[in-house]
Design a protein around this ligand. Structure first.
Ligand code: GCU
Length: 347
């Protein structure tokens, strides 16, 4: 969608919200979920249709629709069609759309407590991460923390798996190899610091702009998981992936809080059931897709390289002291670390 069309779609949907109309772009909060009505939820995603998040969201949509005999219709908009993650976060808040998948970095910028779940060293594996996400005694308060001021409820999340550095110029083995190299990061102070500690020069940019910036030589590399390395085609312009494994990243499913509140209590259960099932499905897909993406990018010319992990881990040590500072953040960090059974493996 071009910028102009995108803007028109957003304006139209905002107008419908303001006028309280049902159907595309607007939900009647007073009748949501009622027999004989159809509530239409738009979900924004910045990934392509082949990414596990799109596939798992489609399964969520189908499941919720079936469970509610068609009273809810969820439509997923991939490829940043509704805007970048920064933009769609605002749209959920204002009620222009109902749901979105956003990276942890976006929520950190609204409430710094979210940093704890988006930091090197917090999660040792995807299994550890997913286990913590389904424990309300650990994350319940955090997930409800944006409801009052931001009109956002966090339903849960999809893993971003292990993130690694990839570059246009050649493999990296130690932090010294990143000296002077411009590496794209998500829009987060903590992630800027993360790349600096890893030896690089950090450049924050939205996801959709990374490919062309690397192609144009404005960036020397980026960091992401192997699935996005394939689906966003970054391997074509930055063919050297070095296994820095610096972060097990996390995406969140956010929803308009006023809408969730307006839904009948019985529908909450159906919504959460469908959502938790889609989280499990996503994790399953993730593990398969990571293997497949490695093979496909290799066949397309990418190469994968081991690094001096000890050197990178040591370089990253100061991040916990710097970003886990309040009593609540310390408790949260410890509760998450204590919940690690050590049984998970990577990807
Ligand atoms: C991953 C993640 C996205 C995020 C992207 C990024 O692909 O799933 O939510 O936007 O990384 O690096 O920006």
């Amino acid at each position: 969608m071009t910028k102009r069309w995108r803007l028109l779609a957003v304006l139209a949907s905002t107008l419908l919200v303001l006028t309280g109309c049902a159907g595309f772009g607007g939900i009647r909060l007073d009748s949501v979920g009622e027999e004989g009505t159809v509530s239409y939820f738009k979900v924004a995603l910045n990934q392509t249709e082949s990414h596990p998040s799109f596939i798992a969201l489609e399964a969520f949509a189908e499941d919720l629709n079936e469970k509610t005999d068609g009273r809810y219709v969820v439509e997923v908009f991939p490829n940043e069609q509704l805007g970048s993650q920064q933009e769609v976060l605002q749209m959920v808040k204002s009620g222009a759309i109902e749901m979105a998948i956003v990276s942890g970095t976006q929520l950190e910028n609204v409430n710094t407590d979210f940093r704890v779940l988006n930091m090197p060293t917090t999660f040792s594996s995807i299994a550890h991460q997913m286990d913590v996400l389904q424990q309300p005694e650990i994350v319940g308060d955090l997930f409800a923390s944006l409801e009052e001021d931001e009109n956002i409820t966090v339903l849960g999340g999809y893993t971003q798996g292990e993130r690694h550095i990839y570059t246009t110029f050649g493999p990296v083995t130690t932090p010294e190899d990143l000296a002077g190299q411009k590496i794209r990061v998500q829009e987060s102070d903590m992630h800027i610091r993360m790349i600096e500690l890893m030896g690089g020069s950090a450049t924050p940019l939205s996801y959709g702009e990374v490919y062309s910036a690397m192609q144009a030589g404005v960036l020397d590399g980026a960091e992401n998981n192997i699935v996005s390395y394939l689906t966003a085609r970054h391997f074509e312009v930055a063919p050297y992936l070095s296994y820095t494994t610096h972060l097990v990243g996390l995406d969140y499913m956010i929803m308009r809080h006023d809408l969730l509140q307006a839904m009948p209590e019985a529908d909450h259960e159906l919504l959460y059931e469908a959502w938790y099932d889609s989280m499990d499905y996503h994790t399953e897909l993730w593990l398969e897709e990571t293997e497949a993406a490695k093979a496909e990018t290799e066949a397309g010319g990418a190469s994968f390289h081991e690094v001096d992990n000890e050197a990178f881990n040591e370089a990253l040590q100061p991040i916990v002291d710097q970003y886990v500072s309040t009593d609540y953040q310390k408790e949260l960090f410890e509760a998450i670390r204590d919940a690690d059974t050590g049984e998970g493996s990577g990807n």
